[in-house]
Design a protein around this ligand. Structure first.
Ligand code: AMP
Length: 220
C-alpha cells in the first residue's frame, strides 16, 4: 500500500500554516504545495501568469477559481505529488475550489484536512510583524531592532514585508477568509476528514500537535 499522504491545511492568514507545512512536508516526505507561493513566484519572474495576478495579489483579492483549479490540477498531477502525496497550503479557498478538488482527486483522494485554528485578533498582529526573505521565502518576525537592510541569515537574500501585508490588504484577506474559506471547515467535517488543531503556542508546540494528528490519521 502506498505511504503517500494527501493533506489540506486550512487556517487564517498568519495562523502559521506556511511554517508548519514546511515541517510536516519534511517529516512525512511529501511536497509542500503553497498556491500563494506559486503565484508570488510567477509575479517575481514576471511570467504571463504573474502579470495577470499581480494586482489581484497586491490588493488581497482572490484569484479566480478557474485559474486556481487548473494551476493545482497541474501541480498535483506532477510525479512527486502523485508518488509522495502533498501538503496543500492555500487551496481550496472557496467551496467551488473544494468541489473541483474532490473531482480532480477522485483517484487519489485527500486523506485529511487540518484546520489550524488561531483567532482573528491574534493573527492581525502576527501579520503586521511578518517579514519574508525575497529569495528563499524564510519567515521572520520583526521586532523593530533589525538592521536596515535586513539580510536573511539562511541565504543572504533581502528580508522584506510582503506587498499584501499592508493593514488594508490584511483586513480584506481576513474578511475574505471568513466569508469564502471558513465554510470549508463544515464542508470537510461532513466528509469526516477534518481535524482541528490549536495554532496557539510556539512553532515547536504547534508542530507536536500537528504531528500527532497526522500520525493518528495515518494509523486509522
Ligand atoms: P497566501 O500566501 O496563501 O496568503 O496567498 C496569497 C494570495 O494569493 C492570496 O491573497 C490570493 O490573492 C492568492 N491566492 C492563493 N491561493 C489562492 C486560491 N486558492 N484562490 C484564490 N486566490 C489565491
Amino acid at each position: 500500500m502506498s505511504n503517500a499522504i494527501r493533506i489540506i491545511m486550512l487556517g487564517r492568514q498568519g495562523a502559521g500554516k506556511g511554517t508548519q507545512c514546511v515541517r510536516i512536508a519534511s517529516e512525512f516526505g511529501a511536497p509542500h504545495i503553497s498556491t500563494g507561493e506559486m503565484l508570488r513566484a510567477a509575479v517575481r519572474k514576471d511570467s504571463p501568469l504573474g502579470r495577470v495576478v499581480k494586482e489581484v495579489l497586491d490588493k488581497g483579492e482572490l484569484v479566480n477559481d478557474e485559474l486556481m483549479i487548473s494551476l493545482v490540477q497541474g501541480r498535483i498531477g506532477e510525479e512527486d505529488a502523485r508518488v509522495n502525496g502533498f501538503i496543500l497550503d492555500g487551496f481550496p479557498r472557496t467551496v467551488a475550489q473544494a468541489q473541483a478538488l474532490d473531482h480532480i482527486s477522485e483517484v487519489r483522494p485527500i486523506d485529511m484536512v487540518i484546520d489550524l485554528e488561531v483567532k482573528r485578533e491574534l493573527v492581525l498582529s502576527r501579520l503586521s510583524a511578518r517579514r519574508v526573505c525575497e529569495q528563499c521565502q524564510a519567515n521572520y518576525v520583526a521586532t523593530g531592532d533589525e538592521a536596515n537592510p535586513w539580510i536573511c541569515e539562511k541565504c543572504g537574500g533581502s528580508v522584506v514585508q510582503r506587498a499584501d501585508d499592508t493593514p488594508e490588504a490584511i483586513n480584506h484577506r481576513l474578511d475574505l477568509y471568513d466569508a469564502m474559506t471558513a465554510p470549508l471547515v463544515a464542508y470537510y467535517k461532513d466528509q469526516n476528514k477534518l481535524a482541528v488543531v490549536d495554532g496557539l503556542g510556539t512553532p515547536d508546540e504547534v508542530f507536536t500537535r500537528l504531528r500527532t494528528a497526522v500520525a493518528g490519521m495515518k494509523n486509522r
